[in-house]
Design a protein around this ligand. Structure first.
Ligand code: 9MR
Ligand code: 9MR
Length: 636
């Protein structure tokens, strides 16, 4: 980090001293470049824009050179002024009309040079690797070198034939849990992140993201759009006649289904919203827990890093069920049931039965929340599950055609989704906020919904997308994100914003929405004040030393760096957590609260939900075409 800070400081010093300092070879080798562009370059016909770090008050002139030095275009930068999330003044450059396929150099103010490319389909390989992330993080199976991007990412299986019983003994608040008289076979699934916990809440939204990408492709282009029908991905299942996206999602679904509490189980659980803020234990009440879903499975204490999955042999426990986990399983399984219909009817039936029984259980016990009371795993606590109810109900409606799932919900006190839909007051998509997912399902799931309902869902997505477009216009790096929202997993949040943006473009053909999705991708791949590609293996300065127990080169150089396609959690200005973050970064502008350090888990971990959003975004850009290839609308 010391080195990295020094470089940043030099970059700023150069910017202030411009143009004198940047022109020497040494400076351009050592200092961070002052031109920030998606390091993968641009897509032909798409919005193509860059950010220049400079405090110059007047526009700077730029030249665009071909590879052999010929001047192709000249222009003036647009003075943006201070970009709040970066805490620095910038200018922007927009190539309009868009540049054709080729290799270029941008020269700004006769001093700063930046090479980049324009390609016709830049995101295909990225989408493949983003999906490959899930295979590489499968539990319960060996990761075969024949399906990894390099031999260093192959490994032995971890947590094979994983059977777990309920947590028993004392939790962090000293509450004694009795345990249960059953064990479940919870083999398989994906490790959540850098840790080996498996969490149903985060699993549900991740499965939904992958399945929704597949469902949207089916709705728009047939099952085999861009080869995603089957055989495209690097998976043992590729070529089995089933969509690779569905194959991968099923690996997690089988785990989600396995986490369901057996029928006839009475259990002591915390009913109603409680507080453990003062360290006081939860109050438990005996209830019929049949059909609820265990919140997660993990060890009694956090393991240390590095740790290969095969060596992680500490006993793991089923953590008590929660309503949110139950609804996550119901939603993802209901969605799977319609996607697997006609592909594997027995599996579709099994998913639908599980979804219905989980949903019934959630209605019976609608207020069991998860708290941060267990050591050894993330909390994934959410004290408002009205959005999860709406999501599960809508997935069940979409799959069965039975509108009563939603109509009965609208009259349930506390379930505010339909009202929120009217007001457009829905929150951004992340693991605890799923209120926009049912709107996406209504648009992609076919003709179950009336024209009127579908139009309302489109309106909800458009209102979110309009907000994101406005955010992009207010950011000097063009990021579709407000300047204050760089929390834990900010990169996943920015990628998730592509979902409303993508549907908005699908529905309207208005290029500003696709431009917003492109801007999210540009940011993740290097158009940011750290000149950082947050996607491992892609771009000129990709993230390497993520918080991961096997991709732990930062801790042990004999272990691999992050595998290509893995997305770092991203800048976190919210609450630095690890010792590293507190000591080494210090005060920072939101987009700069990040470092490529393996100990910094609140800003440089990887996780299934973030990678699922990256896959959605990359596969969206690949399977949608710019509205007007010849003249993209200039933004800002
Ligand atoms: O490694 C853990 C990481 O996967 C989690 O995201 C993070 C937050 O819950 O916790 C990490 O574990 C740390 C623990 O919380 C505190 N002690 C150090 C642990 C290892 O880095
Ligand atoms: O993504 C989660 C983030 O929104 C929370 O603020 C954070 C702290 O609770 O936990 C994150 O999720 C971590 C989980 O708890 C444990 N596995 C790693 C996840 C990613 O860091």
């Amino acid at each position: 980090m010391g080195r990295r800070l020094a470089l940043t400081a030099l970059g700023i010093a150069c910017a202030l001293a411009m143009p004198a300092c940047v022109s020497s070879e040494v400076a351009s080798d050592v200092a961070l470049p002052e031109v920030f562009i998606n390091q993968m370059g641009f897509e032909e016909g798409a919005r193509q824009s860059a950010t220049i770090r400079t405090g110059a008050r007047d526009p700077l002139s730029w030249e665009l050179l071909s590879n052999d030095g010929a001047v192709l275009r000249t222009g003036q930068t647009r003075v943006f002024g201070n970009s709040p999330a970066a805490g620095e003044p910038v200018h922007t450059v927009e190539f309009a009309p868009a540049l054709p396929v080729g290799a270029y150099k941008l020269v700004v103010d006769e001093s700063t040079r930046h090479a980049f490319e324009v390609r016709s389909e830049p995101y295909g390989e990225l989408a493949e690797r983003a999906l490959g992330y899930f295979y590489l993080n499968r539990a319960g199976t060996p990761i075969l070198a024949s399906h990894t991007p390099g031999p260093q990412w192959a490994r032995a299986a971890g947590h094979v034939e994983e059977r777990a019983t309920c947590f028993h003994g004392k939790d962090k608040m000293g509450l004694e849990w009795p345990g249960c008289d059953y064990t479940l076979d919870v083999s398989g699934g994906w490790y959540d992140a850098g840790d080996h916990g498996k969490y149903v809440v985060n699993g549900g939204i991740s499965v939904w993201m992958l399945q929704n990408a597949a469902e949207r492709m089916r709705a728009r282009g047939g099952a085999d759009q861009n080869g995603w029908g089957d055989g495209r991905a690097d998976l043992p299942e590729a070529g089995n006649g089933v969509s690779d996206i569905l194959d991968e999602a099923r690996w997690e679904l089988e785990f989600l289904l396995a986490m369901q509490v057996p029928d006839g189980t009475q259990m002591d659980l915390p009913i109603g919203l409680q507080s453990v803020a003062g360290g006081q234990p939860l109050q438990l009440t005996s209830v019929d827990a049949s059909g609820l879903v265990h919140h997660k499975v993990h060890t009694r204490a956090w393991s240390t890093l590095p740790l290969l999955p095969e060596n992680d042999t500490a006993e793991r426990f089923l953590i008590p069920p929660s309503t949110a986990a139950t609804l996550n399983m119901a939603a993802a399984a209901a969605q799977a049931a319609r996607l697997w219909r006609g592909v594997d009817d027995a599996f579709a039936d099994r998913c639908l039965r599980a979804a219905r029984s989980a949903y019934d259980a959630a209605k019976r016990v609608p207020d069991i929340y998860a708290y941060d009371t267990f050591d050894g795993g993330g909390a994934y606590g959410d004290d408002n599950v009205s959005d999860e109810f709406a999501w599960a109900a809508m997935e069940l409606f979409a799959t069965t055609g039975d509108a009563s799932f939603v109509s009965e919900l609208a009259s349930t006190p506390g379930v505010d989704w339909l009202i929120a839909m009217r007001d457009g007051g829905l929150q951004d998509i992340f693991w605890a906020e799923v209120g926009l997912l049912p709107a996406a399902t209504m648009v992609s799931a076919g003709d179950v919904f009336s024209e009127n309902d579908r139009a309302r869902a489109v309106a909800v997505l458009l209102s979110a997308a309009d907000r994101y477009v406005a955010d992009a216009g207010a950011d000097g790096y063009g990021v579709p994100n407000p300047p204050y929202a760089y929390d834990w997993g900010s990169n996943g949040g920015i990628a998730s914003r592509a979902v409303p943006l993508g549907y908005a473009f699908d529905e309207t053909d208005d290029s500003k929405y696709r431009d917003g999705a492109v801007a999210a991708m540009d940011y993740l791949l290097g158009r940011n004040p750290l000149d950082q590609s947050y996607v491992a293996g892609f771009g000129t300065r990709p993230v390497k030393f993520v918080h991961h127990r096997f991709w732990a080169a930062g801790a042990d150089p004999s272990l691999p760096i992050a595998a290509p396609g893995a997305l770092s959690g991203g800048p976190n200005s919210g609450y630095p957590t690890s010792e590293f973050e507190l000591a080494d970064i210090g005060p920072c502008a939101p987009q700069k609260c990040w470092a490529d350090d393996h100990t910094a888990y609140s800003l440089n971990e990887v996780a299934i939900n973030w990678n699922a959003a990256l896959f959605w975004l990359a596969s969206y850009l690949e399977t949608s075409k710019p509205a007007d290839a010849s003249s993209p609308e200039p933004v800002q």
